[in-house]
Write a protein that binds this ligand. Structure first.
Ligand code: SF4
Ligand code: SF4
Length: 337
């Protein structure tokens, strides 16, 4: 295992220096003129815990200094909000400071303006025989996977594995991974505010009059937007199959992507602003651990394992006690990822 680590005391200046230190130690595969995609998450509209663009700018500068041609990218998502359609997502990116002017490179949606620039890649695993991902996987010469390490209500934690899995996946592949998840209502908490109905992208969440909301599992795509947006946490994730299945599907997609991009990819996890949940959620997120620093490496499973070791497991198990996130590591081992 070849891992780099540089600590921070939580100040922005030291954090930037820590990232530069990790990059300076990286044995990168990039050649002069290579188009190198920096995969990151610029945060949902209204989210406050996303990584500010100063860190991406450090990576872009590092790549420029190597002679590469960097670009920043993300993909379209399933749920309503500021990133479902490409033009909305780019507007959200700009609102969060991810602009060409600030970063010094293009900011793109890697599955195309209509979400249809995708390719199917084989994997022949238990849940998926193929996975569908953004076509950037074949058009770029290399990648930097830059992941904001934090908690997550579906996967327990979000780091490099999730960033190359959900992050590269087409909307259809995202849906295939989420297909077993649906909301279940805790009536005693529900205030009947209708927010879950308003944010549901498929009309699966419905309310008539003053009744409690209901969720049509035939049309539910498992995007968890309602669960995330409920202001009183009256909705929980219910997995129609074992909760392990979702972990395994995320790992299978990541493994298929990794098979295609390993050898031309390096990874950095940012263990700062470690929030309880994903940057996909609007609003204020609880910070569950103090800033730790930056972890760099050459394999997503190694770098995520090292990130958890550095941060400690307690914040994850405290925040999402019923999510079997450990299954990601055991299943990765079983499928040779
Ligand atoms: S968002 Fe939450 S509180 Fe509001 S109606 Fe839906 S379940 Fe009930
Ligand atoms: S009901 Fe299903 S589709 Fe609608 S927001 Fe909730 S998880 Fe997403």
């Amino acid at each position: 295992m070849n891992i780099m680590f540089s600590p921070t005391n939580g100040t922005a200046e030291i954090s930037r220096a820590a990232l530069r230190e990790v990059l300076s130690q990286m044995q990168h595969p990039f050649g002069a003129g290579d188009a190198v995609g920096v995969k990151l998450h610029w945060g949902e509209l209204g989210n406050h815990s996303y990584l500010p663009p100063v860190y991406a700018r450090e990576i872009v500068k590092w790549l420029h200094d190597l002679g590469a041609r960097p670009f920043i990218f993300d993909t379209t998502v399933l749920y309503s909000g500021g990133r479902r359609r490409a033009e909305d997502s780019l507007r959200t990116a700009a609102e969060h400071g991810y602009t060409r002017e600030f970063l010094g490179c293009d900011v793109v949606i890697a599955d195309g303006l209509d979400g249809r620039e995708v390719v199917d890649i084989p994997c022949d695993l238990k849940h998926f025989k193929t996975v569908q991902v953004a076509s950037v996987i074949d058009s770029a010469q290399g990648f930097v996977i830059f992941s904001h390490f934090k908690g997550h209500l579906g996967t327990g934690f979000g780091g490099a594995i999730k960033n190359i899995s959900m992050g590269f996946a087409s909307r259809a592949q995202k849906q295939r991974m989420h297909a077993d998840a649906s909301p279940v209502l805790l009536k005693r908490r529900c205030t009947r505010c209708r927010i879950c109905v308003d944010v549901c992208p498929t009309g699966a969440a419905q309310m008539s009059g003053d009744e409690y909301p209901e969720y049509d599992l035939e049309t539910c795509i498992g995007c968890a937007q309602c669960i995330a947006m409920c202001p009183v946490m009256a909705l929980k994730v219910f997995f129609s199959s074992e909760a392990d299945v979702f972990q395994e599907k995320v790992v299978e997609t990541a493994a298929a992507v990794w098979k295609r991009i390993s050898g031309r990819t390096v990874l950095v996890n940012a263990l700062i602003k470690i929030s309880a949940d994903c940057d996909c959620l609007p609003g204020e997120q609880e910070i569950i651990a103090p800033d730790v620093g930056f972890v760099g490496g050459y394999h997503p499973v190694d770098i995520d394992a090292e990130s958890i070791r550095r941060m400690g497991e307690e914040p994850l198990t405290r925040t999402n006690p019923h999510i079997p996130w450990q299954r990601q590591f055991s299943y990765a081992g079983e499928i040779g990822f």
